[in-house]
Design a protein around this ligand. Structure first.
Ligand code: BGC
Length: 730
């Protein structure tokens, strides 16, 4: 805290000095000019050295005993400023789930830890994405950061991907909206946010060498569409390109992706920063990369002296160098990094904790409750809580997004391993124990804990209890994927043993994505809590006891078996880390539920699924065509409790051709008996296909069939309308 105050006052001094030194000839200081104009003027004032200085920077960690780069706060990255012209340094921190503190580089510094992004996606609540982003940014500002490495928008193409928990599920509309809102929230606080990792960083196995192979139209209709929507909504100052290759060229040196799609077709005005260690050559500058980040991880500082030489040799035009600098400066001006903002109130950690709590409340998905075991009945007096370190806290995912929550880690269990993976090899539990939270809510019940190491001991406790709650964990980390979808470390056997002893068995899953549930038919209820953040234990207890009516919906399909996954064996598994290989995305744009629909597969739980303690009915559908589809229908709470529903609208057919595409959703709170009318207007790109030859979106003649339902697999209402055939800009 003390450190945070010191940083703040230094930032304040810098702004005062800048304002005092505004002088004639420094017209770029004029806030009435556009960010583009200010960037143009300021770039013109830079020397070649200064310009190049803006284009590369190190990781801001003390590596190999070396001190931090001068002026760096300590965090993911640092780009020195130009004090002569008042250009502030870029102080970059990872911030998908909160402000991180890698390797405790800022000793003792903690931050509010949100649930996993996948939990946020499960809330289907864009307002929470915005509030979570603004919350992280307020904390980041108070620590002195001005660039947040956030906005993970890669689609979950493989349920085993180790970073699915950092992303927003398998659907481009949901992921695009949620990423866009979270970026908008971040930037509302005068910060720059990234969107990342552009594009197709779809698995961690071999991420530095994997070559994602995909058809252009399919890419535009899936992962690129998610990025496009996120960029339109959030206007992030920077795009972080990915480690992997896309169709034979590294994403950070991919002319087509960067110059063609992002800057060309989409007219993106900000800058492209590399992922940490993703640059292979100086000529990536010609392909659209503007800045080399985390340069110690690359073979060379490609965008330093080597870039200067390339300019001298004429292989990189000077104009391009200015373009690179202008893009960075433009985003800095647009975010307000040069202009003194209003005085900020101190960070309200209690309010921030409440945001983490709400995301957890709304992100928990009640997957199954066949006999109404949940919410726990008041008559339940003997409760067993088993496994999952539920006595200590709730699990979090590992990697660069790992946040040290307020109050510190409750427990940290070393995982072991070698090499790069060992760095992140700790199962961290945030300090919010579900066991303690349950005890606090149920003072009249006896709640007994068993750590679950011996299934027979857990079963004995289960037998002597009215209800048993098993916590089952799947720890996921950046840099590695799950080998398969089984719960690791014998937890399936633990659940089987406990459920055999007592069928009033509730399973609480803390996972980074889908898992298989061979025991599903023998348990009484299943909750998916994902990684639920620093207030997760409270949220889980609220849902179990009914203080919160669950309203999360699956942002990712849960397969019924390993054979339903697009690539049965993870591509590249077992290869040397330097050996390139292809990941052939032959499912194309049919990611997740779209592929299940196309192939007629029945998953364990479909995308969009989630139960409530009340019931909802849908009726009164009207579908209007024209430029796009406008869908109107009514939702009624037909149960006895207030609750939130997420009705979903899917495109189910074009011209008689069946398909499944989410074209709209809304989260709404309804009291018992209350009825509301929902009106949703589809983004026309969701009705279109991408015409690669014409490089345009194309809307074909209809009819367009629409279904409304509580998941991708259940159609309650059906309607049809015609949409005007036409093409649209890419
Ligand atoms: C990750 C990025 C992260 C960066 C900086 C990389 O390993 O892929 O998501 O922002 O490190 O920590």
């Amino acid at each position: 805290m003390m450190g945070a105050r010191i940083v703040l006052s230094t930032v304040g001094m810098g702004l005062a000095l800048m304002a005092g030194s505004a002088a004639a000839g420094e017209a770029w200081r004029d806030p009435s000019l556009s960010p583009d104009e200010r960037a143009r003027l300021l770039d013109a004032a830079l020397t070649l050295e200064e310009r190049i200085g803006l284009l590369h920077g190190p990781m801001a960690l003390s590596l190999d005993g070396k001190p931090l780069p001068a002026g760096a706060l300590g965090g993911a990255g640092f780009i020195p400023g130009v004090p002569r012209l008042g250009i502030p340094a870029l102080q970059e921190t990872d911030a998908s789930l909160g402000v991180t503190n890698p390797a405790n580089v800022r000793p003792g510094d903690t931050a509010t830890a949100l649930p996993a992004s996948l939990a946020l996606a499960a809330s289907f609540n864009p307002r929470l994405a915005y509030e979570g982003g603004a919350m992280i940014a307020r904390e980041a500002v108070s620590k002195g950061f001005n660039v947040l490495l956030a906005g993970g928008a890669n689609l979950a193409r493989d349920p085993r991907n180790g970073r699915n928990f950092e992303y927003l599920g398998e659907d481009p509309w949901l992921a695009g909206i949620m990423a866009g809102e979270s970026i908008r929230g971040i930037q509302s606080q005068g910060m720059i946010s990234t969107v990342k990792h552009f594009s197709l960083n779809g698995q961690e196995t071999g991420r530095f060498v994997a070559n994602a192979v995909i058809d252009e139209a399919a890419h535009r209709e899936s992962d690129l569409l998610a990025f496009q929507i996120a960029i339109e909504r959030g206007r992030p100052g920077a795009v972080m390109c990915a480690y992997n290759q896309v169709n034979g060229a590294y994403a950070c040196g991919n002319e087509h992706l960067l110059n063609g799609v992002l800057k060309g077709d989409w007219g993106y005005p900000g800058w492209v920063m590399s992922d940490w260690g993703a640059v292979k050559a100086t000529d990536f500058a010609l392909k659209g990369l503007d800045q080399q980040s985390g340069e110690q991880l690359d073979g060379q500082v490609w965008f330093g002296p080597a870039l200067k030489q390339a300019v001298a040799a004429g292989t990189v035009p000077e104009d391009r160098l200015s373009d690179m600098a202008r893009r960075i400066l433009r985003s800095m001006f647009a975010a307000g990094l040069f202009d003194a903002g209003p005085a900020r109130p101190p960070v309200d950690l209690a309010a921030h904790g409440a945001i983490a709590r709400q995301v957890a409340d709304e992100g928990i998905v009640l997957l199954a409750n066949p006999k109404g075991l949940l919410p726990l009945a008041p008559a339940v007096k003997r409760i067993a809580v088993i496994g999952g370190h539920a006595d200590a806290g709730v699990l979090s995912g590992a990697g660069s997004s790992q946040v040290t929550g307020i109050g510190g880690d409750a427990r940290s269990v070393p995982v072991g391993g070698e090499g790069a993976l060992a760095f992140w090899g700790r199962m961290v539990f945030h300090a919010s124990s579900p066991l303690k939270a349950l005890r606090a809510r149920l003072p009249g019940a006896s709640v007994t804990f068993d750590d679950g190491r011996y299934p027979a001991a857990a079963a004995a406790l289960a037998r002597a209890s009215d209800v048993v709650i098993v916590f089952a964990n799947q720890w996921m980390a950046e840099g590695q994927d799950a080998y398969d979808l089984t719960l690791p470390e014998g937890q399936d056997a633990l659940i089987e043993a406990v459920a055999a002893a007592n069928s009033n068995c509730i399973v609480v899953l803390q996972t980074g994505g889908p898992v298989l549930m061979p025991w599903l038919g023998r348990v009484g209820a299943v909750l998916s809590a994902w990684y639920s953040g620093q207030q997760g234990g409270e949220a889980i207890a609220d849902v179990l006891t009914g203080a919160v009516n669950p309203s999360g919906r699956l942002p990712i399909t849960f397969p019924a078996g390993a054979d339903q996954v697009p690539r049965p064996q993870l591509p590249g598994w077992g290869l040397l880390p330097t050996q390139p290989f292809d990941v052939v995305y032959d499912e194309g744009a049919d990611v997740g539920y779209r592929r299940y629909a196309a192939k007629g597969l029945t998953p364990l739980f479909p995308f969009g699924h989630g139960l409530s303690y009340t019931t909802f009915s849908y009726g009164g559908l009207t579908v209007t065509g024209g430029e796009t589809l406008t869908v109107r229908f009514q939702v009624t709470n037909t149960g006895k409790r207030a609750g939130q529903d997420v009705p979903q609208v899917y495109l189910a057919g074009i011209g008689g051709q069946p398909l499944r595409r989410l074209i709209g959703f809304e989260k709404l709170a309804l009291d018992p008996g209350e009825r509301r009318t929902v009106t949703l207007r589809a983004d026309p790109r969701l009705l279109a296909r991408f015409d690669e030859a014409g490089r345009r979106w194309r809307i074909d003649g209809g009819p367009y069939r629409v279904v409304v339902g509580p998941s991708a697999a259940e159609a309650v209402l059906t309607g049809t309308a015609a949409v005007t055939p036409r093409t649209m800009a890419p």
